[in-house]
Design a protein around this ligand. Structure first.
Ligand code: BGC
Ligand code: BGC
Length: 451
């Protein structure tokens, strides 16, 4: 499976059209100080109106899968939980068009746009509230019922680490609570939502669906004790309950004193531990850790999103970095795919996101042809695809790879300042311009896909 990926809030725009109501990201981006330059997703790539043109560009890329997310506040805009037909119709049109082009729709159910009505009291609602997991399951069932005869692959959550640690531990993502160890409470409710959503999709989708979850593992190098601890706090807090049915005892041990885990109720782990068909991995870069000689909580962003790691330092990484300031480390992708294969019983793996932000510039030739020469992105993608290839040779069951992203879009706290697309987007005219990487990926797929 070769594909490319996007998410609803990052591309759709049309924030108050056809019955859509705000999500926590609308509220967050409209609150000054949260998103660079005050950018919001109000218009974004205007995909809501330009989807036909964009799906043609996806078709011309030659991918056989497109990963996108359902905008929850478009589909269930009100607290009574009633589906909005216009919202469901929109996603149905996309699915039908993709199928007509021979492209598999890979549907992400939660890519961070929690309806604002589920977060009325930020101190107790949202993912701090257990009930949110049940509401998400109802929503997932509604989507599966409507699209289940045509959509085969569902991802419950995209990057629960971001939804727990960046959103509740830290302040970088909506709702930006900055509550340190409250991240674990959010994490548990996200895990529960994953389990309940799996059940709901399985009940409603008709023929046996492929179920998955996508994690952005925090992959670090450096001091091995520090690496191990961050792995527990950031990665195994999701992977172990979902794939093995328990939280590691060591996780309880290292968080003793900051979290009592009283929110884990009898029976929860059975609900969370659902059989899934695929594990998704979003991979971009690695961190570098050391044990700190400072006795007190270091106030760095990374530390505030890793409660239980107050004596760990995040060091500057070496080598070339992307526009995000992220280092480039394809070997770690190889290592991670091999490790996931070993640790989780040869589970089928998909790299659901991989890509690079570059300082892209449009160049116009004498005859008026526009081009974006993003050789660095091509180099990044080809080195990571090579790492995937090596992992497969080593026995990992990797069945797919998706480039993040189809087109430049709203990069969360960085607004429109960071460009990840294969297509360049001119935000004034909404024109799409093919970058060199678009053409390169098209040729790569043509040469390498199984016939
Ligand atoms: C960044 C987020 C980003 C995420 C991607 C975080 O470190 O701060 O903006 O979406 O990583 O994995
Ligand atoms: C997310 C995307 C984001 C990308 C780059 C991942 O965190 O799933 O939404 O744009 O990484 O930061």
């Amino acid at each position: 499976m070769f594909g490319t990926a996007t998410a609803a809030y990052q591309i759709e725009g049309a924030a108050s059209e056809d019955g859509r109501t705000p999500s926590i990201w609308d509220t967050f981006s409209h609150t000054p100080g949260h998103v660079l330059n005050g950018d919001t997703g109000d218009k974004a790539d205007d995909f809501y109106h330009r989807w036909q043109e964009d799906l043609k560009l996806i078709r011309d890329l030659g991918v056989n899968a497109y990963r996108f997310s359902i905008g929850i506040p478009r589909v269930i805009p009100t607290p009574d939980g009633k589906p909005n037909e216009k919202g469901l119709d929109f996603y149905e049109r996309i699915v039908d068009q993709l199928l007509e082009y021979g492209i598999d729709p890979v549907v992400t159910l939660y890519h961070w746009d929690l309806p604002q009505y589920l977060n009325e009291n930020p101190q107790t609602d949202g993912w701090l509230n257990r009930d949110t997991a049940y509401r998400m399951a109802e929503y997932a069932g509604i989507v599966a019922k409507r699209l289940g005869d045509r959509v085969h692959t569902y991802t419950t959550l995209n990057e629960p680490w971001c939804s727990a640690h960046l959103s509740y531990g830290g302040t970088e993502h909506a709702p930006g609570l900055g509550g340190g160890p409250l991240a674990f409470r959010a994490a548990h409710h996200l895990n529960l939502a994953h389990g309940l959503m799996c059940e709901a999709v399985r009940a409603e989708a008709g023929p046996k669906p492929d179920l998955s979850v996508t994690c952005n593992l925090q992959i670090n190098r450096g001091d091995s004790d520090a690496v191990h601890r961050v792995d527990l706090i950031a990665n195994r807090v999701f992977l172990d309950p979902m794939l093995r049915g328990y939280y590691p005892d060591e996780l309880f041990a290292i968080t003793k004193g900051i979290c009592d885990w009283e929110f884990v109720r009898d029976g929860d782990l059975e609900l969370i531990h659902q059989p899934i068909d695929v594990l998704g991995l979003n991979y971009y870069s690695t961190g570098l850790l050391a044990m700190s000689d400072r006795p007190q909580f270091p106030q760095s962003t990374a530390a505030s999103t890793a409660p239980g790691a107050s004596d760990i330092d995040w060091l500057p990484t070496k080598g070339p970095h992307t526009e995000m300031g992220w280092n480039i480390d394809p070997d770690a992708l190889y290592n991670t795919l091999v490790r996931l294969n070993d640790d989780y019983d040869h589970i089928p793996l998909v790299v659901t996101e991989n890509g690079m932000a570059c300082p892209d510039k449009v160049e116009v030739s004498a005859d008026g042809v526009k081009a974006v020469h993003d050789g660095d992105r091509i180099d990044y993608l080809s080195r990571h695809l090579d790492a995937v290839h090596r992992a497969i040779d080593e026995g990992s069951n990797v069945i797919g790879y998706f480039v993040w992203s189809l087109m430049d879009n709203f990069e969360w706290a960085f607004g429109y300042s960071k460009r990840f697309g294969l297509l360049y987007v001119d935000y004034d005219s909404e024109e799409r311009i093919k970058k060199d990487s678009y053409n390169w990926y098209r040729n790569f797929i043509a040469e390498h896909s199984a016939k």
